[in-house]
Structures are given as C-alpha cells and as structure tokens.
Design a protein around this ligand. Sequence first.
Ligand SMILES: Cc1ncc(COP(=O)(O)O)c(C=O)c1O
Length: 308
Amino acid sequence: SEAEYGAGAGSIMGCPMREVKNRRQKNLTDFKISPYLSARGNIANIFRGSTEEGYKAYHADKYDEDKNPNGIINFGTSENKLCFDLMSKRLTQTDMNLMEPPLLQYPDWKGHMFLREEVARFLTYYCKAPAPLKAENVIVLNGCGSLFSALATVLCDPGEAVLIATPFYGGITQSVFLYGNVKLVYAYLDSKITGTSTRPFQLTVEKLEKALQDARAEGVTVRALILLNPQNPLGDIYSLSELRDYLEFAKRHELHVIVDEIYMLSVFDESATSYFPGHLPVTVQHDALLRTCDWKLSHELANSESAL
Ligand SMILES: Cc1ncc(COP(=O)(O)O)c(C=O)c1O
C-alpha cells in the first residue's frame, strides 16, 4: 500500500505507485519491500527488477542465426551494432593508449576542456548549427540519465514538475522523478487519429496545453517541457513546424525546454522529414527558455557512456 512508502510518497511519486500496485497484483511474491531502503529505494528496486528481468532472460538465451535460432532477440535495448567493427578498429589504435597525469585527476567539473571542444566541433558540424557551438556551453556528464537528474534538480524544486509526452523512454522516470524528486506530467498521445491529430500518437500543442492546464488545476507547478526527438519508443521525428509550435507553447508558458536528441545521427529515409533533428530553429527561442540539448555518443558511435 501507499502507506508503506510513507506519507506523501504516493502523491510525489504518482505513476510509480501505480506501477508498484500493478506489479504486486501480477505476482505478490515478486517484490519484497526492504525495511532497510527508503520508499524511493524500494521503488527504484522495482524499476530495476522490471527492466532487469527481460535483460537477464535475453543474456541467458541470445538469438543466433546458426547456433540458437529460437533464442531471444532484444528489441528492448538500443545499441548501435552497425559500427562495432569501425569502433574496434579505431579504439585499438596506439593513440588510444595515451594516459597522462591530468587524465587521472579531477578535471574541470564540466568535463575536460579538450573533450568539450571536440564535442562542440562535432555537434556544430553534424547539427549543421547556424553558429558554432561554444565549448564553454558544453557540459559532459556520464550518461543522459545523469543529465536528466541534474537538469531536474537545477530547474525544479522538489514536487514541481516537467511535462512530457507519453509513451516515452522509461529511464527518464528514474532520473527525473526518483533521483531528482520532480514529478512528470503526461501529455497523453492517442493511438487513434482524433481531433487535431492527423497520425497515430501525434503530439499536438492541444495535448500539451491540456496536460499543463490539468496539472495547474491540481496545483502543480510545471517548470519544463521534455521533447525526445527522434522519439523513443515511437520513432517519430518532429517536423520543423511542429517543433516551432512546441517551442512557442513553451515560450507562452515560460517553460524550459529540454531536448533529448540522443538518436540525432540516426539515418533516415529522405522522405521521413525534410528537417534534420539537431538543427533546431533559434528564432523562436526566448531569453527565459533554456534549450538543453542532450546527446549521447554511445547511441550514435560507440558504447562509451559520455553524454552532452
Ligand atoms: C531517448 C533516450 N534518452 C536517454 C536514454 C538513456 O541514455 P543513458 O543510457 O546515457 O542514460 C535513452 C536510452 O535508450 C533514450 O532512448
């Protein structure tokens, strides 16, 4: 019951409490509440358990065309295996063995400057940035999850909220809500074409408005909007005009915008969109808006856990 998580846990945690109940109904013996963990610790444990279950099963019985044709194919984890050969070739070159004392010490807390400069150059080029990205505006953290937690912490106070369209990549719940103690307010996407939607699961400003107004009516302060582009799990890529609409919505309501472009460099059929995800229009930005671009090397290039 919610009581076991302490007063307020249900209201602060919203969705995960539902998750707790659903999972308990599924199998009451699956999840044991630890008296040694906090309410959040117990919920984190449930999250971990549910994602680990499938992952363990996959590792125990991996599909192989010849050796294990009935094995499990993992559709649940995004790893870019297409470039493994290129990566291993590059990573085994002798210049990768360079290890100087500064690399073994604490760097500038925003990341080593040489790395931030390289990332700035890389993103300027691949995002086709209208103006070069400045290295001093690049911060490197260990994974998007850490970035989401850090952003939730600096943009929202405990109990405040960020708006996000659902379904969305579930790790964000952990980073923002469990570690950042910040609520997620959902703009529900409908699989059916209804009202102003012209395609399944389409994100529209009306849906964002509704979610925001509903949250405000409940007394919830929403500080930011999270956009995933390309979207996981839907695979949607927002058109330029859609992005403008979302940004104008955020500007109208003085929301920060956090754009997770982790799959920015995925290759799309030309017909998918005329818009390149990293190339966000700057004109609709507002002083009050913080556009935080969240991009991760590992999903595009390698398995390294560096992220911007
Ligand atoms: C949209 C999106 N953002 C963030 C992440 C997670 O990134 P990280 O593993 O660096 O925390 C994923 C992982 O699949 C993702 O799909």
